[in-house]
Write a protein that binds this ligand. Structure first.
Ligand SMILES: NC(=O)c1ccc[n+]([C@@H]2O[C@H](COP(=O)([O-])OP(=O)(O)OC[C@H]3O[C@@H](n4cnc5c(N)ncnc54)[C@H](OP(=O)(O)O)[C@@H]3O)[C@@H](O)[C@H]2O)c1
Length: 271
């Protein structure tokens, strides 16, 4: 028996999650997706998903409610749901960046099971990396359910505190952009050195895929893999020494610290 799951805000992230669920055989009629404009949800109705603009109805009919509106719109979207949340006590899963479980609980009237999730954009291709954090009301069975739902988009791991979710945001949440930046810089450098952009792009993308696959499949740590492909006095060593001389590790650490600082600032602004 499948739980009915409501998605409040059927945008990119919701579609990634229920898209993965559907691919893995979850029945479409057990999914209820809401939005402000019914016309934007027409494609979902064609897939057999229940659609609507009434968030309270969706919550009333579901045992799990995924909150996936933009963070700045969250408070206005869920405060009107407090009464129905208190009546039905669904498991709440929020994917909104920067909004604490305490804020969600407060806006919905208190005493609710809330799982905060930090997904990332590769969820759109079922290669997401998400971290989950449960408040103290969440039961073991609800944790399992949340992990299964988010696991439909890729990896789902648990962290103990919401402070750790800020670190997750700086690592995997924003991480795809860092890798895109690295690919972009490598492609630009290779193009300047005489390769066509097309060939440089093909090689850079395949290298990124290959390096990620090797790191996933190997028992060795990334640092060990790097040492293995860095022969003394070889070409790779020269590049690595140049990167390190320019403070590569410090640059990454500073960027991630800036990311964490911004998460903390956003949490205050959105509370
Ligand atoms: N995309 C990512 O990679 C990513 C990563 C991590 C976390 N997240 C989080 O995921 C959440 C959603 O992001 P997204 O990229 O999926 O945004 P999105 O594509 O803009 O989707 C949000 C959806 O919510 C709808 N909406 C707005 N107010 C609503 C309301 N009161 N009731 C019902 N639906 C409402 C919007 O409809 P309209 O179009 O009609 O306004 C829109 O379809 C955000 O909180 C974000 O922090 C996203």
């Amino acid at each position: 028996m499948h739980a009915t799951i409501a998605f409040i805000g059927a945008g990119n992230m919701s579609r990634a999650i229920f898209g993965g669920m559907l691919k893995n055989g979850y029945p479409a009629e057990q999914i209820f997706a809401t939005g402000r404009d019914l016309a934007k949800l027409a494609d979902l109705a064609e897939m057999g998903i229940k659609i609507g603009t009434d968030n309270a109805q969706a919550m009333a009919e579901s045992s799990v409610v995924v909150l996936a509106v933009k963070p700045q719109l969250m408070q206005a979207a869920i405060v009107p749901l407090a009464e129905v949340a208190q009546q039905h006590q669904p498991l709440i899963i929020s994917v909104a960046a920067g909004i604490t479980a305490a804020s969600i609980e407060k806006w919905l009237g208190g005493n609710l099971s809330v799982v905060r999730c930090m997904p990332n954009t590769p969820a759109l291709v079922q290669l997401g990396a998400s971290a989950l954090c449960a408040n103290k009301e969440v039961t073991g069975a609800q944790k399992q359910l949340a992990e299964t739902i988010i696991g439909n988009t890729g990896l789902a791991v648990w962290v103990d505190t919401e402070e750790q979710l800020d670190v997750v945001t700086a690592l995997s949440g924003s991480g795809p952009a860092y890798f895109f930046l690295l690919m972009e810089a490598m492609i630009d450098a290779a193009t300047k050195q005489g390769l066509s952009r097309e060939v440089a792009e093909q090689l850079a993308l395949q290298t990124a895929t290959g390096a990620a696959a090797m790191a996933q499949q190997s028992d060795l740590q990334p640092a060990q893999l790097r040492r293995r492909v860095t022969s003394p006095k070889g070409t790779t060593e020269q590049a690595i020494l140049s990167f390190q001389g320019a403070g590569f590790a410090e640059i990454i650490e500073l960027g991630m610290q800036a990311n964490i600082n911004r998460s903390k600032q956003l949490a205050i602004e959105l509370a």
